[in-house]
Design a protein around this ligand. Sequence first.
Ligand code: VER
Length: 234
Amino acid sequence: EIQQSTASQVSTLSQALKSGTAESHTAAENVHFVKNFIKGIIDRELYMELVTGLYHTYLTLEKLLEVHGPSYFPSLHFPKELSRTEALREDMEFWHGINWESKPECRTPSPAVKDYMDRMEEVGRIDPLLLLSHAYTRYLGDLSGGKVLSRIARRALQLDGYNGLQFYQFESISSYKVFKDMYRSALDSLRLEPDQIGRLVAEANVAFALNMRVFEELDVSGGVPGARVRDVRE
Ligand code: VER
């Protein structure tokens, strides 16, 4: 009588995460900033804000993964292959200049980014396994849409090579597809309690919502009529 969620009907964690976040993925793609990005309409200032947000986000995520990954999900801890902090430092220097670390607009995360960072910190304190949902949402997304997005940004912003786009370049991963398949099979090999799949999917949806709020904030910042940052629970 009670409708089972899509996530609980599928057998593996990788399937549960994919199908359980499909609606969130569509919703994220439909934020004005993201839609315009895909169309090749990218404002430089907003792109700089985006990179700043990513820098703070990954700094927090990767600090937490370093602390909790080895004990809570060692088979899914790939700092060498996945860490984006160094690439984002290079991108920050490209976009904001050599003195970027002393610029207030670079040092201070925006409110939506701060909310995202705070949630990851909270998960690290309360239930570190769920950091996996945050890793999944960012890294598998970066390895999926990233190549296309990088090409679009290069064209739209008239960049050469990977200057300003190091974020999208995973230098230690030769085949993104092979890596993603390996990551999914590692997800599926985790020994989890029955309720943990549901909690991991729920947290991945929180991660998507937090990402959407960052894009919505860019819309507000760019003066898009009617733009607003939704409540985290919407
Ligand atoms: Fe998505 N994505 N994505 N994506 N994505 C794919 C898979 C995927 C795409 C394309 C694709 C986001 O936005 C986009 C995510 C996460 C996210 C393809 C496969 C485009 C074109 C966009 C728009 C720019 C965003 C914003 C996110 C999250 C922040 C994940 C986690 C996955 C892996 C799904 C899985 O489990 O296989 C072509």
